[in-house]
Design a protein around this ligand. Structure first.
Ligand code: NAI
Length: 386
């Protein structure tokens, strides 16, 4: 099976590596020859490191690199039975790419998009054969993160969804099925990690350092502010804004003015040397820490986790995905220490309800709404698992 990848940026390059490592021939295309060249040299370095560490043999490395053909001409993908699009996040650009692609590939070829925020149903609608279009959302870095969200459009044939679930398992990935809704699973369920932490900061309840360490103490690899600094505030703010708009301005997803200011100042995080933290050289960072208070840390972390659990529970309520898939998504796509619904079972629905109800009473803000599914569970004693 020959597979095409369109766009040789951060994601396309990673996806091409995944596909080649799975043993397929890959045709990687990009408009820009320089991007293709740097994608090839980046892969060469990655492979050399893997050989050095003894993870793969020199022969493997040569074979993996040899299976990837690179071109600026989309026509080179004519005999691909699956094409994964990973060009810039812009609907007009994606539509144009799919339109051109459909004049090149066979009618049987499956067309997938790696979009993080655009409607798969809209992309499909614009295609001549809509029922072969699907969302295949990898996580960065694609070769390391096992999660792949599979998002059928309204029009997608079931057999295509089934085929891709099997294929992702063959590639050693952990596929989950998500409804074509804003943010799919991860980018929806993860919003409170950032937004609730930003609220706590904005209110002056704790500083950046304290909130980050409180969340790390709960097992998160990175605190919300260091993670936003790493993702880039431009990117993180844009995702929040897009989810907010797509949910008809539901206050639960409201972006933060504090983060907007960072974007306006071009303090985008690690990549620009300054975000919530200041980065000195590479890796080290500095922050005006005002110490930390363990009592505050405890309640801060529980407040953020309660909002995360509520968001995950609500995604089950709205049938976005199964409880198992939501837990897989958050642990395998963004390294959460535990599935949020498993966490809900451990805490019990009443604990989440008490935290959120007290926030609602305090603030009178409709972002603090308990999901009906949690209230039902508190009444019936049912759990997400067993
Ligand atoms: P990027 O900016 O690194 O790469 C995009 C590439 O597409 C560029 O090399 C550009 O030259 C190329 N391109 C633009 N128009 C093209 C066209 N018409 N034909 C061929 N190539 C074209 O972007 P990145 O970060 O790799 O994102 C790509 C897609 O993946 C976006 O839809 C993004 O939302 C999605 N995504 C990004 C993630 C991330 O963490 N960066 C994670 C998951 C999904």
């Amino acid at each position: 099976m020959k597979i095409g990848v369109i766009g040789a940026g951060e994601m396309g390059s990673g996806i091409a590596q995944v596909v080649s490592q799975a043993g397929h021939n890959v045709v990687l295309t990009d408009l820009n020859q320089d991007v293709l060249k740097s994608s090839a040299s980046k892969l060469e370095k990655i492979m050399a490191r893997l050989v050095e560490k003894g993870r793969i043999t020199q022969d493997n490395s040569t074979a993996i690199q040899g299976r990837i053909q690179r071109s600026t001409d989309l026509k080179t993908q004519s005999d691909c039975s699956l094409v994964i699009e990973a060009v810039v996040e812009n609907m007009d650009v994606k539509k144009a790419v799919f339109n051109e692609l459909e004049t090149i590939v066979s009618d049987e070829s499956i067309l997938a998009s790696n979009t993080s925020s655009l409607s798969i149903t809209s992309i499909a609608k614009n295609c001549r054969i809509s029922d072969r279009v699907i969302g295949l959302h990898f996580f960065n870095p694609a070769p390391l993160m096992p999660l792949v969200e599979i998002i059928p459009a309204l029009q997608t044939k079931e057999v295509i969804t089934d085929k891709l679930i099997k294929l992702m398992i063959d590639w050693g990935k952990s596929p989950v099925l998500a409804k074509d809704t804003p943010g799919f699973i991860v980018n929806r369920v993860a919003r409170p990690f950032y937004s609730e932490s930003l609220r706590i900061l904005e209110e002056g309840l704790a500083d950046v350092d304290t909130i980050d360490s409180a969340m790390r103490d709960k097992g998160f690899r990175m605190g919300p502010f260091e993670l936003m600094d790493l993702i880039g505030h431009d990117v993180n703010y844009a995702v929040t804004e897009s989810v907010f708009k797509s949910f008809y301005y539901d206050p639960r997803y409201k972006p933060s003015l504090t983060q907007l200011k960072l974007v306006e100042a071009n303090w985008l995080g690690k990549k620009s040397g300054r975000g919530f933290y200041k980065y000195i050289n590479d890796g080290t960072r500095n922050f005006y820490s005002i110490g930390s208070n363990k009592d505050i840390q405890y309640s801060i972390a529980e407040r953020v986790i309660a909002m995360l659990i509520n968001e995950a529970a609500d995604a089950v309520f709205w049938d976005i995905a199964s409880a198992e898939d939501i837990d897989t998504a958050m642990t395998k796509g963004v390294n959460y220490p535990k599935g949020l619904l498993k966490w809900a079972d451990e805490w019990g629905a009443s604990k989440v309800i008490n935290i959120i109800d007290s926030l609602s009473q305090h603030y009178g803000d409709s972002r603090y709404r308990v999901s009906p599914i949690l209230r039902e569970m508190a009444r019936s004693g049912e759990k997400f698992y067993g």
